[in-house]
Write a protein that binds this ligand. Structure first.
Ligand SMILES: [Zn+2]
Length: 380
């Protein structure tokens, strides 16, 4: 029977608003910030006066600040929810989450989120754009369309520091519990983080991010050097700063593009993928140890995951404590000591010469297939 599991997915589009629509967006960002700050300061006042945690609803502010009525009211409700959630986090784990902070215009993100509700479709896609409350139909580059059974839940409008507008649409769709067919070993790969390359897989592939990405990064540091020699606040300085912002965006896009292509290729080609989750902190430490390979591996991993999920293919998470790097994939010997810097090692038991990350990927594959094929063993 179909299960009630729901998967979420996000599609992001570049918006091309008219000047009036852009003005409305900017006003909405400002209103959201304003409301956040008002609610936060009132919460503090209530707390000091009555020792009570209380956040008034947006409606209470509209009389004193009539400009709030000009923007999408749902966006303001979202601010209220976000602030409530921020306090919830703070109350639950004050050590991890700080006390909610005020939002300055400078340095805080230009963003707002609006929702569809069951009674009313407020956000939807049209032939050439996206319909948003108050703004109407905003022209957009719709490079990708949702599948017809996906349900549009929310839209988040953002503005980048260089002045471009984007809209992220969140969709939900049920994931049917299909009769699970076990993936064939030939169609399964193990995927491992790689220090010197982008990733390593169990077939021995170790692709690198394309050279143009490195070129852009080199250009960026050259431009930053030039900026440091300019007079702060001068016209040329501002011009250079804008150029740098655009290049930053360009690099982020290039990297995302590479990640999407690479993960799509894997999801299309494979029946299943085995990875190791967790230990991201350790990985971050390793990244510092390695070259300037700005990895994005975590992003890559989640792209692979949702692309597989869309095709109903398993994404198998291997126990993070499984010693994938230290086990010889040929004979199963476990090497006690294996320094992180050692990229190639020879198994003392069987003599196999092993590339560290490919060997680990092969082990992840075997372990992952073992996990879904049979019940986990009880003995260690
Ligand atoms: Zn061996």
């Amino acid at each position: 029977m179909a299960s009630k599991k729901v998967q979420n997915t996000m599609l992001k589009y570049r918006l091309y608003p008219t000047p009036e629509q852009a003005e409305l967006f900017d006003k909405t960002f400002d209103c959201c910030r304003y409301l956040w700050n008002q609610m936060l300061s009132d919460e503090r006042e209530f707390y000091f006066a009555a020792d009570q945690h209380f956040i008034p609803t947006p409606a209470r502010y509209k009389k004193e600040a009539p400009f709030l009525k000009e923007v999408d009211s749902q966006a303001l409700v979202t601010v209220h929810q976000n602030l409530r959630r921020a306090f919830q986090f703070f109350f639950d784990k004050p050590g991890t989450y700080g006390y909610p902070a005020f939002k300055r215009k400078k340095g805080s993100k230009n963003t707002y989120t609006t929702y569809n509700n069951p009674a009313e479709t407020r956000v939807y896609m049209t032939g050439g754009g996206i319909r948003l409350p108050k703004a109407g139909i905003v022209k957009a580059r719709l490079h990708r369309r949702p599948l017809h059974w996906w349900k549009l839940k929310s839209a988040t409008v953002t503005k980048t520091p260089s002045g471009k507008y984007f809209c992220s649409l969140l969709y939900a769709y049920p994931v049917g519990e299909r009769p699970q067919q076990l993936p064939a070993p030939e169609g399964t790969i193990g995927l491992n983080y790689s220090m010197g390359h982008f990733y390593a897989d169990s077939d021995g592939r170790m692709p690198d991010p394309p050279h143009w990405l490195a070129q852009s990064e080199a250009r960026l540091s050259e431009m930053q050097r030039r900026l440091s020699r300019m007079q702060r606040g001068s016209k040329n300085y501002e011009k250079q700063l804008q150029k740098i912002r655009l290049l930053h965006e360009h690099i982020a896009n290039q990297r995302m593009d590479f990640i999407h292509k690479e993960s799509r290729r894997i999801a299309d080609r494979c029946q299943a993928v085995c990875v190791r989750e967790g230990n991201l902190q350790q990985m971050a430490r390793r990244m510092k140890l390695g070259s300037v390979n700005d990895s994005g591996f975590g992003m890559f991993r989640s792209c692979v995951q949702y692309k597989l999920a869309r095709q109903g293919k398993p994404y198998i998470v291997v126990d993070p404590y499984f010693p994938s790097a230290k086990t010889c994939h040929q004979c199963g010997h476990v090497q006690e000591e294996l320094p992180l810097t050692q990229r190639v090692w020879t198994c003392p038991a069987c003599g196999a010469v092993l590339q560290r990350e490919v060997n680990a990927a092969k082990n992840l594959k075997r372990q992952g297939l073992g996990q879904i094929g049979k019940k986990p063993k009880t003995s260690g």
